[in-house]
Design a protein around this ligand. Structure first.
Ligand code: GLU
Length: 467
């Protein structure tokens, strides 16, 4: 059997980070088994599904490296097939036409409420001859659900879960306007797409019993199911906007690397020994559903940022330079050209040591894209005392005569500090302030080398000229 999984988002909103994890698990599971991973856009809710949301979902999946192996299937294009399957069930006696009026259904619900019973359909058209159908009523099609026994699901994450059939009523599979209900459409689509494993959020577990009943009625073998726990916020409530970023593209904008997000999502609720840092290949090799926990996991933004930093440091410097340049180019106060690009690339091994996100990395690199006079942050400004400025002037004169290699400037700074009876840091910090506008930067000798003599001297002069 070829394993075939699918991710089935509804385009009624952006791609939620929890849904992205569902997509990831589907991809990893199918890849692990050498199978296929498909995408179905569940756009049957015409009011709430938009093309813009679909585009964002596809974009987010692409960014995460979770694009499907085949073009997506749009559920809305399959309504005729859904209706056909419902009609076939009627013909086989496994479903029936129900001619209830909205008033009758409302009265049924009302009575259930008065008797403190769950509002279930009472099955009044289950065995009633169609000849008794009132005129002018278009029927809905309801499943002739089993009333005895129980429906059992051997879930690959949750274990055996069961529900008494008496708890479930005859659900509508085709509405009176001819449109399929969601539960029915999913069954027909998963069957037709040859899905072998349905991996989805555990909020769908109750739907599964209904869907299994539909599979059985259609004479189809249900796929294997794996219901994965949802992601919660730090307070234990379902993850939502008030906890922080939830839409995948917000994480992109906030400067996270897609591989770090995937690594984090994988580790959230799945474990394999003490493996923490996993790239895609390793994840595919190790992933199994047995490693998925049953408890809800909690989103920890600080941990994600830490993990992102770890991935940043493992990322190729050319790629990081490209990411930083894109971000800096969008800032009106900066100018990026070839020189700036070369500077950023040269300092990247040092810059990335300290950054947690691409946004922080771009901020740390921004000084390289400025023209003097630089803006100074408070700490830097406080270092530009009259005494330090005098020293910077002297230092400028020394640097004007120094070869601008890392070792030469280092030697020159050390000699200058010694002559002035100062520690190297006392010389380096005001100089750093003058060159970068801040008190944190890569090592001062490398910073000087990368800026070059002319630019360094200009920056020193501008710092001395300012107030
Ligand atoms: N469209 C459903 C959702 O977005 C998923 C249904 C499923 O995976 O079966 O929650």
């Amino acid at each position: 059997m070829t394993v075939r999984t699918r991710f089935a988002p509804s385009p009624t909103g952006l791609l939620h980070i929890g849904s992205a994890r569902t997509a990831l698990f589907n991809l990893l599971f199918s890849r692990h088994h050498g199978g296929e991973y498909l995408l179905r856009i569940e756009d049957t809710d015409r009011q709430r599904s938009t093309e813009a949301n679909t585009a964002v979902i596809l974009d987010a999946l692409d960014w995460l490296g979770l694009s499907p192996d085949q073009p997506p299937v749009f559920q809305s294009t399959r309504e005729a097939r859904h209706a056909e399957a419902a009609q076939a069930l009627v013909e086989a006696g496994r479903a029936y036409r129900a001619y209830d009026t909205p008033e009758e259904l409302a009265a049924m619900r009302e009575q259930a409420r008065a008797e403190k019973r769950p509002p279930r359909y009472d099955g009044r058209w289950r065995d009633r001859p169609e000849a008794e159908a009132p005129p002018g009523i278009r029927p809905a099609i309801r499943l002739r659900a089993p009333r005895e026994g129980e429906t059992v699901v051997e879930d690959l994450v949750q274990g055996t879960v069961r529900v008494a059939n008496a708890e479930m009523d005859d659900l509508i599979i085709l509405r009176s306007d001819g449109t399929p209900t969601y539960l029915h459409a999913v069954v027909v689509d998963d069957h037709d797409m040859g899905i072998t494993h349905v991996i989805r959020g555990d909020d769908h577990l109750t739907n599964t019993f209904r869907q299994v009943q539909i599979y059985r009625a259609l004479g189809w073998e249900p796929p294997a199911f794996a219901h994965i726990p949802l992601i919660h916020g730090a307070d234990g409530a379902k993850l939502s906007k008030r906890h922080g970023a939830v839409s995948v593209l917000e994480f992109r904008d906030a400067g996270f690397l897609p591989e770090a997000v995937c690594n984090y999502l994988l580790r959230l609720g799945w474990g394999h020994g003490d493996a923490e840092i996993l790239d895609r290949d390793e994840a595919i090799r190790l992933f199994d559903l047995g490693g998925v926990g049953r408890a809800a996991s909690r989103m920890d933004y600080a941990k994600l940022t830490h993990l992102n930093g770890v991935h940043l440091r493992r990322t190729d410097d050319d790629r990081l330079t490209g990411e930083v340049l894109t971000r800096l180019a969008a800032r009106p106060d900066l100018r990026v050209g070839d020189t700036v690009q070369a500077r950023i690339r040269a300092l990247m091994p040092f810059l990335k040591e300290r950054a947690g996100t691409l946004v922080q990395l771009a901020d740390a690199a921004a000084f390289l894209a400025r023209q003097p006079p630089l803006p100074f942050d408070d700490k830097a400004a406080s270092l530009l005392t009259p005494e330090n400025r005098t020293r910077l002037r002297e230092l400028g004169a020394v640097l004007a005569e120094t070869a601008f290699s890392r070792t030469s400037v280092h030697a020159a700074l050390s000699a200058f500090a010694e002559r002035s009876g100062l520690k190297l840091g006392q010389v380096a910090q005001p100089l750093r302030a003058a060159l970068t506008g801040s008190t944190a930067s890569p090592p001062i000798d490398v910073t000087l080398e990368v800026l070059g003599r002319e630019e360094s001297l200009n920056r020193i002069a501008a710092a001395n000229a300012g107030n």
